[in-house]
Every structure is written in structure tokens, then in C-alpha cells.
Design a protein around this ligand. Structure first.
Ligand SMILES: [Zn+2]
Length: 406
């Protein structure tokens, strides 16, 4: 009886959600998140990555809070933009059940230069994730190093990382949030916490982090990098980008992948294991929506990766003029690599980048704006809505879909 009730409820929710999203027109406001829906927002904050998610039960997650651009004009910081966006979408009392820092780089956590304001909570400065933590309550913070930060820690003179460690230390000591050290293969570290329903086909899996990658079988993982002391040259060691926390979200038939700045297309002369995408592609297989690795920089999106994931939708978090590399966009668009249709959405494709890319730049589905993936209850279909990033009314500028989950 209970199952029948749930089934009828899901059918009703799908009808309401589909009717709402299908009738949205450019200029409209985004209809609010509703129970059963999975919303994933790639926020165009101009200085780094930030993705805000609302799970089907309402659990909230922020993936990265980057801020690597100087703002001499005194306009809002990236963290202010992110916090205002989240409050608009999740309510004035919004709080984050999870924040995830994929890796310790400024465009994913906020650059510290020494001129940022100090926290009222402790001896650290406010930018990116630390500034956001001052603005919105965070319950759990996931990163690649907790608790000992022993695997490839950033250099001792890295101000941003030193500031982050003080932020983590003082807030955990005060009991403001708890820390989670990401473990490859795990499906139990990030879970619905608001109204969890074990019947719901929803799962967040940590696919890779540091030197470990999930194999695709059970929770099994393997070591993907050689032991560091066996690599003679320090410049050949895995780098910070390659240690990124990578995540797969599954909702029914719908699959989404986001992998920070992991690599897949080694520069000439580099070791083969500098390609991480191939192992991850073997583990996750076809994936409806992928976030393009490392902002579409030179060393990502190899042909095997693209052909295995066969993503219908690709989201490119871009903020610098080098995002994406013309070669990478060419691979992403290539029907030789996989013949199926695909739509590419970019948070910000700068004029200089368009000039360097040429005609192909016009083949993206959207070249600026916040990008919202709205997955209908149950996960069978999803939409992509692009929102105006020039005004905080966040009006819809284009609607794409519905797409069928594969
Ligand atoms: Zn980055």
C-alpha cells in the first residue's frame, strides 16, 4: 500500500514539475525547486567554480566556492554572489548541508592575498569558501585532505591553503561544522539528510580523490598513481588538479559527473598515468550530463572519455580567456568521436576566447549565464535552463529540453 502511495505521488510530482518547466519562457523567473526534483546550478560568478545543488529531498550541497579574479571596482565578491544566489533559490534561511572543496586552488576555494577582511570567528581571512562560511551556515565540509592533509599537501608558503586550515581548525573546534575526508568509492559520505527515503533511486558516489579511483565494481577502488618516491622528478609527480574530488550523482536513469580539475590528455612526454579520465570513464560509463574537466584546458576531454560518456549535455565552467582551449572544444563537438547530438553550455565564453576559437565558438548552446539542470522526479527526464547573470532577478534566458535520461 505504501509503495503504491509513493508511486502515485511520484507520478503526480512528475506531472506538476514537467508542466511547470515545459511552460517556462525566456524572461520568466525560474519556478522554485519542488520536492522530488533534483536541481543542479552551475553559478556564473566570474572568478571560479561554484555549483549549488538541491537533492530530491531538499538536501543542499555547494561544490566549490572559487574566487580567483581581482575586483578593483569593488563590486560583489564571488562568495557574496554565491550566497545571494543560494538565498534566492533556497530561501532567505538557506543553509548548506554539505560544502565540497574539490581541490586546494583559488578558483575553487578563493584566493587569499592578505588584504581580505578578517573573520569574526577566528584568525583567518574571508574569501571564497571562508567568506561563504561566514555568510551561510555549513553543516559538513568535504575535502580531499581531512584529517591529516598528508597526501600531496600544497606548499608551506601557500597562503590560501594556510588560511583554509585555520578556517577548518577554528570552526571544527567551535563545533560549527564537521569535516569529512573524501574516500574514493564511497556512497555513504554524501547522502540525503533532510527527508531521506531509502526507496528513492538516488545516489552520490565519490568516484576519485587523491591517488585513488573507483573501479566501477561495488565500492572497490585502485591506486592510480605510482608511489611518489618511485617518481624521480618532482615535476612529474601528480599535481593538485589531479587530486580533485570527483563525484557522480545518479537519480534513476539520470547520471551527472563533476570532477574538478582532473586531467585526461597528458602533455607530450608526460607519463600515461597523467590521464585520469580513462580510468574514470571505465568506471562510470555513459553519463547524461558532464561538467567539463579543468575548465576545458589543454590537458582534458580525451577521445575515449568523450566517446564513453557520450554526454548529451556538457557544462563548461569557464572564467578565464583560456577556457576552453580551441582544440578541446573541437574534440567536444566532434561527431567522429561520438555521433550523437550534444549541447554545450558555458558559464562565460569571453570575446577574446571566441576570437581565438573562430566559427566553432558559435556552436555552443549558450555562451554565458547561470546553468540550471532540472531533473524531474524519478530522473527519467531533465531540462537545462540558462539564467541571466547580469541581474539578480535571475530571469530565464533560454530553455533546453526535455532530454530523456539514457
Ligand atoms: Zn580550476
Amino acid at each position: 500500500m505504501r509503495r503504491l502511495g509513493i508511486a502515485l505521488l511520484v507520478i503526480a510530482l512528475v506531472r506538476v514539475a514537467a508542466a511547470q518547466t515545459g511552460s517556462v519562457r525566456p524572461g520568466d523567473l525560474l519556478p522554485p525547486w519542488s520536492p522530488g526534483t533534483l536541481d543542479i546550478h552551475q553559478i556564473a560568478n566570474g572568478g571560479g567554480n561554484a555549483a549549488f545543488m538541491m537533492f530530491p529531498d531538499g538536501t543542499t550541497l555547494l561544490l566549490d566556492a572559487g574566487d580567483a579574479e581581482l575586483r578593483p571596482d569593488g563590486s560583489r565578491t564571488a562568495a557574496q554572489l554565491i550566497a545571494r544566489y543560494i538565498r534566492h533559490m533556497a530561501g532567505s534561511d538557506a543553509r548548506l548541508d554539505y560544502a565540497v572543496i574539490t581541490h586546494f586552488h583559488p578558483d575553487h576555494m578563493g584566493a587569499i592575498t592578505g588584504s581580505e577582511p578578517l573573520s569574526t570567528h577566528g584568525d583567518y581571512r574571508l574569501r571564497g569558501i571562508t567568506e561563504l562560511g561566514e555568510t551561510l551556515p555549513i553543516a559538513r565540509l568535504v575535502d580531499r585532505g581531512w584529517p591529516d592533509y598528508q597526501y600531496l599537501p600544497p606548499p608551506a608558503n601557500d597562503r590560501t591553503f594556510a588560511n583554509y586550515r585555520r578556517f577548518v581548525g577554528e570552526n571544527t573546534a567551535a563545533g560549527r561544522f564537521t569535516m569529512i575526508g573524501a574516500q574514493a568509492g564511497s556512497t555513504s559520505q554524501i547522502t540525503p539528510v533532510r527527508r531521506p527515503d531509502p526507496q528513492l533511486p538516488f545516489e552520490v558516489r565519490i568516484v576519485a580523490v587523491n591517488d585513488r579511483v573507483w573501479t566501477g565494481k561495488g565500492n572497490e577502488t585502485k591506486v592510480r598513481f605510482p608511489a611518489l618516491d618511485s617518481i624521480p622528478l618532482r615535476e612529474d609527480w601528480p599535481n593538485e588538479n589531479m587530486c580533485s574530488v570527483a563525484i557522480r550523482i545518479r537519480y534513476g536513469r539520470f547520471d551527472y559527473f563533476t570532477g574538478g580539475d582532473m586531467a585526461g590528455y597528458p602533455v607530450p612526454g608526460a607519463a600515461a598515468w597523467h590521464d585520469e579520465e580513462t580510468d574514470v570513464a571505465r568506471a562510470i560509463g555513459p553519463t547524461d550530463v558532464q561538467v567539463v574537466n579543468h575548465h576545458g584546458s589543454l590537458e582534458v576531454e580525451n577521445p575515449f572519455w568523450l566517446a564513453t560518456l557520450r554526454s548529451r549535455v556538457m557544462i563548461l565552467p569557464a572564467w578565464a580567456a583560456t577556457h576552453p582551449s580551441p582544440d578541446v572544444l573541437k574534440r567536444m563537438l566532434s561527431p567522429r568521436i561520438y555521433p550523437d547530438r550534444r549541447d554545450i553550455f558555458v558559464t562565460l565564453l569571453r570575446d577574446a576566447t571566441k576570437a581565438a576559437i573562430g566559427e566553432r565558438a558559435a556552436q555552443v548552446a549558450s555562451d554565458h549565464g547561470h546553468i540550471v539542470v532540472r531533473v524531474e522526479p524519478g530522473g527519467a527526464r531533465y531540462w537545462v535552463l540558462v539564467l541571466d547573470d547580469a541581474a539578480e532577478s535571475y530571469r530565464v534566458t533560454s530553455v533546453h529540453g526535455p532530454y530523456e535520461s539514457e
